[in-house]
Design a protein around this ligand. Structure first.
Ligand code: NDP
Length: 397
């Protein structure tokens, strides 16, 4: 009934595999494929289900992907490799007639640039082929868009102000580590900030704007305005939005390390010549930093991610805050991974579940907020990411 292929065996891939295996009524046949097959085999061992198949694949290579798809014949691919592979995997999906889901928008390797245009350009081809592509189905992007769609459907006539707030108040006891792929993470954070206001995009310096925001069960944390990809699709899909921003917390220790990494050139993404060998400094840095997959064991504390929304209902202004807090310890107990991988992998599984249950089937390329949020919200409560609501509270923003 539900044949699914997971591509990528990192922190997020591990969580997706655990959650897919837990929902055997929906996902009847499972394969995990990645660049390093032994990592896929390790995941299968940890889950303890020998029926899950594994394979080696280079997801930069369309022909290799097509051969794998034709062999396993999945109905849907869950892409949790890196954003660099989005277009090759989408291309292969069209060739082998497979539906598609991912958690991060395409980025070219040589330029840290985030926009949906490359993937939206596939819309007509997916539509004509009768295939569904679901973009950005992690937590943020992902649940952040579904929360917004849920608010628009049930509580607002007009959403006017949207602030997505992402706090990681966990402690992994390392001097410096990133919570997901370090290369992707550092590229994202060192970019200029950007937000949407009155029909325009406003650019700021990297991490230039920040303020204390209070997170439930955590307290106040310094939160920095970043550009985040879901802002692009949300202002398009909810045109009443006057201002949309994204905030993320960082500790001083993290920011000091980040500044040093940049100052000494280790965040560079261009190739340099080192003793006759070409290396990209940021890729080399990734090789020596702690692996995000190994952070889980001593990780304490929790994440808190939500949407703070202001708008109109029946002509009156109202505010709404919807959020999830996720414990790193609980995530580790269940999947062997920390909370950031967990909060990304669980929604990816639910998105695929929505497809297989027929709730989210719409030929073409779709962002998550374009689907009915209700069945997804129901599953969040059942699958480990329960949400909470505050009505007419102080949004601080
Ligand atoms: P990891 O680096 O831990 O894992 C990436 C996996 O992809 C690895 O197993 C890697 O293989 C594999 N891979 C990389 N290149 C290829 C390739 N060419 N062919 C086949 N496999 C490849 O990353 P994470 O698990 O932390 O993140 C996965 C994705 O989730 C990223 O796209 C990230 O941006 C996204 N993400 C989304 C979030 C959200 O909320 N929406 C939040 C966090 C992450 P190998 O093991 O050999 O290196």
């Amino acid at each position: 009934m539900g044949r699914v292929l997971i591509i990528g065996a990192g922190g997020v891939g591990t969580v997706v595999a655990h959650k897919v295996a837990q929902n055997a009524d929906v996902f009847t046949d499972i394969m995990i494929a990645s660049r390093t097959k032994s990592k896929c085999d390790d995941i299968v061992k940890a889950i303890g289900n020998p029926n899950i198949k594994t394979a080696q694949v280079d997801a930069d290579n369309v022909d290799e992907l097509v051969a794998l798809f034709n062999d396993f014949k999945p109905e849907m691919v869950i892409n949790v490799a890196l954003p660099y592979q989005d277009l090759t995997i989408m291309e292969a999906c069209l060739k082998a007639e497979v539906n598609y889901l991912d958690t991060a928008n395409y980025e070219p390797k040589d330029e840290a640039h985030f926009e949906y245009s490359w993937q939206w350009a596939y819309h007509e081809r997916f539509k004509e082929a009768g295939l569904t592509a679901i973009l950005g189905c992690g937590f943020d992007p992902g649940v952040s868009g579904i929360y917004t769609a849920y608010a628009a459907k049930h509580y607002f006539d007009e959403i006017q102000y949207l602030d997505i707030v992402d706090c990681n108040a966990g402690n992994h006891h390392k001097a410096f580590a990133t919570n997901f792929n370090p290369e992707i993470n550092i590229r994202e954070i060192t970019q200029n900030g950007r937000y949407y206001e009155n029909g325009q995009w406003v650019t700021t310096g990297p991490l230039e704007i920040h303020k204390d925001l209070t997170y439930p069960n955590i307290g106040p944390r310094d939160s920095y305005l970043l550009y985040h990809e879901e802002l692009e699709s949300l202002v398009k899909n909810f045109p009443t939005i006057k201002r949309a921003r994204f905030w993320m917390t960082f500790g001083q220790e993290y920011l000091t390390h980040l500044r040093v990494i940049q100052n000494i050139g280790m965040a560079r993404i261009d190739e340099i010549d080192y003793n006759g060998q070409k290396i990209v400094p940021l890729q080399f840095l990734k090789a020596v930093l702690p692996n995000p997959q190994d952070l889980g064991e001593n990780y304490e504390g929790e994440t808190s991610i939500g949407c703070r929304i202001r708008g109109l209902k029946d002509g009156k202004e109202r505010t709404y805050y919807v959020y999830n807090n996720c414990s790193h310890e609980e995530a580790y107990k269940e999947t062997g991974m920390q909370g950031v991988s967990y909060t990304t992998g669980v929604p990816a599984m639910i998105g695929a579940m929505m497809f297989f249950k027929g709730e989210w089937k719409r030929p073409g390329v779709n962002n998550v907020e374009e689907f009915n949020p209700d069945p997804f919200m129901e599953q969040l409560n059942k699958q480990g990411l329960p949400w909470h609501e505050v009505f007419d509270g102080n949004l601080e923003l």
